[in-house]
Design a protein around this ligand. Structure first.
Ligand SMILES: [Zn+2]
Length: 163
């Protein structure tokens, strides 16, 4: 667990990952520390995690964006990751139900909300929202992800189990 900002609760980040993010230049701003309504943005050019409130879920989500920014520059990393999201979308193991449900919506969209899936109009996968969405979807707990995709998260988040 790491305290990345005085206004945020301790987050399930590996201390080494937070050290790396700080070395990379990431700063965290919390605009309204008295609310936990959520919301935030990752500004890659400014290396800024801008959080509307002190909500833990949003902090995990935006810090995952910051972490993925360098990882995804390796084409095979982001391609393999999105292939594993596709595999996760068909996962039937009940331990991973939450993550599998998110991946299913990323692949197939959601007719109830009109969401078309994590693809740009030209069909390119939006891997950065898949990555950050799964991170906050499991609240930074890699144990809630199956082994074939867990490894993309175990350098960023605390994980004490077998990998
Ligand atoms: Zn996002």
């Amino acid at each position: 667990m790491v305290k990345v900002h005085a206004d945020l609760p301790p987050l399930p980040l590996r201390p080494r990952a937070w050290q790396w993010l700080q070395w990379y230049g990431v700063r965290v701003v919390v605009k309204d520390p008295h609310s936990a309504r959520g919301g935030g943005l990752w500004w890659p050019d400014k290396k800024l995690v801008e959080l509307e409130t002190a909500q833990e879920e949003a902090a995990i989500h935006e810090l995952a964006h910051a972490w993925w920014e360098e990882q995804r520059k390796n084409i095979s990393v982001r391609t393999t990751f999105s292939q594993m999201v596709r595999r996760l979308s068909a996962e039937t193991d009940p331990r991973y139900r939450r993550a599998a449900g998110l991946a299913y919506v990323y692949e197939h969209g959601d007719p109830n909300t009109g969401f078309k899936g994590m693809f740009q109009p030209d069909g390119t996968v939006i891997d950065w929202e898949q990555y950050a969405g799964l991170a906050s979807g499991v609240m930074g707990q890699p144990a809630l992800l199956p082994p074939y995709i867990r490894g993309f998260y175990t350098e960023l988040f605390d994980f004490n189990g077998e990998d």
